[in-house]
Design a protein around this ligand. Sequence first.
Ligand code: MLC
Length: 401
Amino acid sequence: MPRLAQTVRVVGCGATKLGNRLGRSAGSLMAEAVQGALSSARLELDDLDGLIAVPSMSDPHLMEAHYLATKIGLLPKKNFLVRTIDTGGAGPVTALLEGRRMIEAENCQAVVIAAGDAVSSLSTEEFLRRADAGIGCDRLPSPAIPNGYGLITDWHAKTYGVTREQLAKVPCLMSHQASKHPHAITRRRYTVEEVLESPQITPQLNLLECARRMDGAGAIIVASSRFLEKRGLLNKGNHGNGDVVILSGGEASGPLSPPVVIDETMFSCEQAAQSAYYEAQVRPDEIDFFGLYDCFPICFLRAIEAVGICPKGQGGRWIDEQYERILADENYVLPVNTHGGLLSFGAPWEAPAIFAVIEAVRQLNGVAGAQQVAEDCRRALVYGNGGIFSSSAVAILSKPI
Ligand code: MLC
């Protein structure tokens, strides 16, 4: 285990409200989230010596992080590291791990990570033009991303036997979670019938099974324990944001679009999760909260198996069991995505994994109220997925050791 002075902590979190067509640029949303994170960490702009940003789709810039740093007055500044990270939806988790590296290996003391977008402000046509072009695969009809996930859904159903109904239960589970979260967009619990009757988007997917396109941003600040100790901020509660350690991480990559022959080799979450478990030396049953990527039900299904919530090929059965539990008890809290994930919390393009990190911090600090997964939530795992299973980043967070 790392010594106290070497640990890297999440010390502040900020988020804008999420909404449909907020009429604001991605940059202005990210700037607001950064201010929120600074005030929750009780730090000033001048305390930061690093900034990482995830690019937006609605208002792209040559170097998103440089653009944001300039906009909020952090550039020009000496001894300041600025990085744009693009691993798609894995970006916020990759950035969290990069922030840790900047502190451990590049002498940074406090690094802010920002991700946000305004994709619900784009028309459907413009959104799909940009999203389809980003994948750039002629074999996938528009909408390319849902169709890519659809192909994998077919393959998974043939290979492991997951059923249409089991997949349709995933948005039900996520809306159950979101309906109790103060900041989630989805306020109502869906039934499996409603999901199956919502408009068909691809042969395998309906509208309520698609990541919920939204405007909004989040930011987190990571800092060295040594810096926090010097500033008298270590283990001081920090409005519920100061006491979370980044224990470990893992990353892996797959192809940008599904290969002609789909098989297990195209997936990367398993490898990313194994690396994170190995570095932390913890087992899946020692994780109390999971923040998992769920842009479409198949992504959630692959994730619960990859992180070891259930054995390979048993994800469908686990989903059935959880669905029965939420039907039987409306107060039941699943230890996964207590905010509702991409399907029900809201999904500003590459940004949503930052909300899983913020939710993990809330759980670890024991301030999740009726949604608290365990009285003493000791460890949390967060997973971000980019493209169509093209990039995986997993981090394990914990209370200080
Ligand atoms: C949409 N709606 C939902 C919902 N999804 N409501 C509840 N739960 C959901 N999951 C609502 C919207 O808020 C809206 O409500 C209405 O349904 C219509 O949705 P829309 O998005 O405005 O419809 P449309 O413009 O016709 O587009 C449909 C779509 C698009 C399926 C083509 O939503 C889409 O492409 N979604 C997927 C987005 C995506 O691919 N994200 C990236 C995932 S991959 P109202 O009240 O406003 O009418 C990833 C990895 C990465 O995450 O790297 O990025």
